[in-house]
Write a protein of this length. Structure first.
Length: 438
């Protein structure tokens, strides 16, 4: 059988890795897919650079639409990024009856429902393994390996840039700004790091995992998103003294008590003894809790040219296997059921259940701690641990660090407002969520 023909839109970091991996491992990939897979056409704005990567045997064009118009191409890979031209080209490829593979988490998290509905109508597949956690096959794990399970929750370190910054802050005692500069100098953070440090990139990925795990439409706009820009080195130190590490986690959780789903990204205290707390540098890891399997952990490179290409090519192989199969036995490559579970809402953050780390700078007077614990008790928030430390701000002040047990977030917000209003509380109260992940 002649090889399946693939068109590549955008041959930058991931696109060039995809071309290299596919070419280098050609024979093995053919054996596994049951058919050869060849990139025969590439579109990129920089045609000279594209030509330099692929050599003479591949057709190179500047306009992605020429790839979509080519009737010999069965699969289109979109590796341009963003919501603009990438969305238009993906929709046009689907409309032309092509299968699509993309690493574009931003596009899927925001427009996924529309894209998947169009793919379903056309009977084509959309592969997006590379969109979440780069080279880690987490989409496959959720969709295939864990398919017997009722997923209870997922928690992941799914942004390498922020994990690198947090590791630097902890290892070297650096503040956020200094650690960000290091990350930029070493190429772990972009010149404009907003998407990473504000938690948006992690929220895109958490949104996609949530939709697959719970069968709901993608709803990025309902995610609660907090980044790491406000984190201070002092809180990383105190967390350490209490046996915790601070990680930026993407969390999604089924909540049967209120028939909803939690979807949130924020800095989180995690017990230092958990494996995920020890994931350092730019590495990614995802913990999935299923009712049958229990807890499973997936670890690896979440970005980079060839790690991400590894996931792109896995999707190409999947599609090739299914495409080659008897058309009556093709399995649609979609795990969402648009509309089917749409009634299960993403919960507002006030309804989330979590525990907290609090740091209060208070006047060094008797009765202050009693007043604060009373406010917490009045809101039904129980205390797990309290430590009191000399404040760096001077003798007349004390740092009060409190760990709470689980509570409804709204209750904690009310308690925080009352505590903040006390004249003996001298600075904004630092509050960071905490998850035991057990
Ligand atoms: N890099 C990673 O490690 C990684 C990991 C996971 C997922 N992803 C996702 O993968 C996608 C690609 O990322 P990347 O890092 O490979 O980006 P990149 O290096 O910037 O590559 C994008 C390529 O697309 C080209 N391009 C831009 N507009 C185009 C158009 N209209 N038609 C054809 N080509 C066009 C660019 O050309 P010019 O350079 O000439 O503009 C560039 O060569 C993004 O969605 C990203 O979020 C990346």
């Amino acid at each position: 059988m002649k090889p399946i023909q693939v068109g590549l839109l955008g041959i930058g970091t991931v696109g060039s890795g995809t071309y290299k991996v596919l070419t280098r491992n050609q024979a093995e990939i053919r054996r596994r897919a049951g058919r050869g897979i060849e990139i025969t056409m590439v579109a990129d704005l920089d045609t000279a650079r594209a030509r330099a990567i692929v050599g003479e045997g591949v057709q190179v064009v500047a306009d992605g639409r020429a790839v979509i118009a080519n009737p010999d191409i069965d699969i289109v890979i979109e590796l341009i990024g963003g919501y603009g031209i990438a969305k238009a080209l993906v929709m046009e490829a689907i409309a032309a009856g092509k299968h699509v593979v993309t690493a574009n988490k931003a596009l899927l998290a925001v427009h996924g429902t529309e894209i998947f509905a169009a793919a379903r109508d056309k009977g084509v597949m959309v592969g997006f393994e590379a969109a979440v956690a780069g080279g880690i096959p987490i989409i496959k794990a959720l969709r295939e390996g864990l398919t017997a399970n009722r997923i209870e929750w997922i928690a992941g370190i799914i942004n390498g840039t922020t994990n690198f910054i947090l590791s630097e802050m902890r290892d070297k005692g650096l503040d956020f700004g200094a650690a960000l500069k290091d990350a930029q100098a070493l190429g772990y953070a972009e010149a404009d790091p907003t998407f990473d440090i504000e938690g948006i990139d992690a929220a895109h990925k958490a949104t996609i995992m949530s939709a697959i795990a719970f069968g709901t439409p993608v709803q990025f706009d309902k995610a609660h998103v907090e980044g790491i820009t406000q984190l201070q080195a002092v809180d990383i130190r105190y967390a350490e003294q209490l046996g915790y590490r601070i990680k930026l986690l993407g969390i999604t959780k089924r909540r049967d008590d209120v028939a909803g789903i939690e979807l949130r990204v924020h800095p989180t205290l995690v017990p230092a003894k958990r494996l995920i707390a020890n994931v350092e540098g730019a590495m990614n890891a995802v913990v999935v809790q299923g009712d049958a399997v229990g807890t499973t952990l997936y670890y690896g490179k979440g970005a980079g040219s060839e790690p991400t290409a590894s996931a792109v090519v896995a999707d190409l192989v999947d599609i090739t296997r299914l495409h080659t199969a008897d058309p009556d036995h093709r399995v649609p490559h979609l795990a969402f059921q648009p509309g089917a579970v749409a009634a299960t809402p993403i919960l507002p953050i006030a309804q989330v259940i979590t525990s907290f780390y609090l740091r209060l700078q208070v006047a060094d007077q008797t009765g202050v701690l009693a007043r604060i614990t009373t406010i917490l008790a009045e809101h039904d928030i129980s205390i797990d641990a309290v430590i009191q430390r000399e404040s760096a701000e001077g003798e007349k002040q004390t740092d009060l660090i409190i760990l709470t047990h689980d509570t409804v977030e709204g209750r904690m917000r009310d308690a925080l407002a009352l505590m903040q209003a006390l004249p003996t509380v001298l600075a904004p109260i630092v509050n960071i969520r905490k998850e035991e992940l057990s």
